[in-house]
Design a protein around this ligand. Structure first.
Ligand SMILES: Cc1ncc(COP(=O)(O)O)c(C=O)c1O
Length: 497
């Protein structure tokens, strides 16, 4: 069959990527059916007037992803794809499982100065989620490294860096990931970004053209929901239980992009066990889907060794990993990173160049030195101890002041969840009342989380425990008990009059 492909040499997407996408579309649209042959790479290269190597790379990827199979010297032939999957992924299909998707939240966005937990009007005792302790920032060391950098080679200040990020930093990140998260990546699979949010954006934009529908944990991180909301693709909110995302609820349709936080589900804090992680990878393989693994706070695991990241189990095929130094060093640095399967790296680097042309040199160089010289590991060890003590203090105080509180998500990360008993006022009411008395506790909708179900009960309070010292935590929980005592008195008065 004659393949009509049109290549755009001015596109950010590589020629190999364009060939792959277009042939993939032709196969998925059913124009090229099972058993039909692709033209030889030599013939297609001649027709398109490009190098044969480029066509062969695209063919390799089509083979690797199971669209075609080699029959030796006879060439490449299209593999059968079930008619059901084809029906479901027809262009324009609008299948949706969980009802209409509401408009994006009008709540303040994410963690910026001015959000409920940010800015100058922070409550005195503030459990805002995911904030590291400013007093523990390694300021003296950082200043020393910066001074050293500025007194040596400064031409980097006037030059552009590699858009993928400073090679030394990518190398340091790769070493850390291999050791700490069992993610085996080279520096040529890493793109340094402006924090974790930028990493999510980068991966989303990279995969957008080949994504047919989106899947996202529900409830989820608001930052991810905002990215997904900015598209007309069908979105499947996938419910979360005590083992994280419910893999059996994933749609069995080809070409999905799934966002997940398996190591510490945001916001509920659950940890996905290995069995489910493997199911997730199987689903991605079987449905030809990709996964964004947001591993935003897994440097902090308190009760046991860190779990292997999904990207570590996947072996560089379908999982794009998003990481950040916002929790481990400081959100003000705005340094994060994405890892991508090798086959996507060139495209990701070009996309990053188009989006921002790389990151600032000084902070990248300082962070690379900080990691290489062993300071990062030492810093993490100290923070883990400190935050574990704060976590223990918070859990202890909640248990002392309230009868058998339903707490979850405390095994790792910087926040936990208290699911309120049915007799309590709503989380929002508690948030408002507590704030008037100088205590910042947050309902999910104000704690950088999003629920696709507008009817979901408002019964969860988020407590970020990393930026409050133990005496403050004790004080805050004591006050909260007083506030709730007053509120339940008010509530029972209202119901009896
Ligand atoms: C679940 C989750 N993902 C990603 C991020 C983004 O990290 P960053 O602040 O580095 O953009 C955050 C930040 O709090 C987060 O909570």
């Amino acid at each position: 069959m004659e393949l009509t492909l049109s290549l755009d040499i001015s596109s950010a997407k590589s020629l190999q990527g364009q060939i792959f996408d277009q042939i993939r579309e032709i196969i998925l649209d059913g124009q090229l059916g099972a058993g039909m042959a692709l033209p030889s790479s030599r013939l297609l290269a001649e027709r398109l007037q490009i190098s044969r190597n480029t066509v062969m790379l695209a063919y390799e990827r089509l083979t690797a992803e199971g669209y075609v199979k080699s029959r030796g010297t006879a060439g490449l032939f299209v593999e059968p794809i079930s008619p059901d999957s084809l029906l479901l992924i027809q262009r324009g299909s609008r299948a949706r499982t969980n009802g209409p998707i509401p408009e994006a939240s009008s709540e303040p966005l994410l963690c910026f100065a001015g959000s409920p937990g940010g800015g100058s009007d922070r409550p005195e005792l503030d459990f805002w989620v995911g904030r590291s302790d400013a007093a523990r920032f390694p300021l003296r060391l950082w200043r020393r490294i910066i001074n050293r950098l500025l007194s040596s080679e400064t031409s980097y200040l006037t030059d552009y860096c590699d858009p993928a990020g400073l090679p030394e930093l990518r190398l340091a990140i790769g070493t850390h990931l291999r050791r700490a998260r069992a993610v085996s990546v080279t520096e040529d699979q890493i793109i340094v970004t402006t924090g974790g949010q930028d990493a999510l954006n980068l991966v989303f934009n990279l995969l957008r053209s080949q994504t047919r529908q989106l899947c996202i944990e529900n409830p989820c991180y608001l930052g991810a929901q905002l990215i997904f909301a900015n598209t007309n693709l069908t979105t499947y909110p996938i419910p979360v239980d005590h083992d994280g995302l419910q893999t059996d609820q994933l749609p069995r349709v080809r070409g999905s992009l799934l966002y997940t936080t398996p190591s510490h589900q945001f916001p509920t804090g659950t940890m996905m066990p290995l069995g489910r992680r493997l199911e997730l990878l199987r689903w991605a393989e079987e449905t030809d889907s990709y996964i964004i693994e947001d591993d935003y706070d897994s440097d902090f695991r308190y009760d046991g060794p860190p779990l292997t990241a999904l990207a570590g189990l996947d072996g560089g095929r379908r999982v794009f990993y998003a990481g950040t130094f916002s929790k481990s060093v400081g959100a003000g640095l705005r340094i994060g990173f994405a890892t991508v399967p090798s086959i996507f790296w060139d495209e990701a680097r070009i996309l990053k160049a188009r989006m921002s042309n790389g990151q600032a040199w000084l902070e990248q160089a300082a962070l690379a030195a900080f990691i290489d010289e062993g300071h990062f590991d030492r810093h993490l060890r100290k923070l883990r101890q400190l935050y574990k003590a704060r976590r223990d203090c918070l859990v202890g105080a909640l248990r002392r002041h309230f009868a058998d509180p339903d707490i979850s998500g405390q095994e790792s990360g910087l926040h936990l969840i208290w699911r309120l008993p049915a007799s309590f006022p709503s989380a929002r009411e508690i948030q408002t009342r507590a704030r008037h008395q100088g205590v910042g506790v947050y309902a999910l909708s104000s704690g950088a989380a999003y629920n696709y179900d507008p009817q979901a009960p408002d019964d969860m309070l988020v407590f970020g425990f990393s930026s409050l010292a133990e005496p403050q935590i004790e004080l805050a929980v004591g006050k909260l008990r007083g506030i709730l005592g007053e509120m339940s008195a008010v509530t029972s008065e209202r119901t009896t009059t």
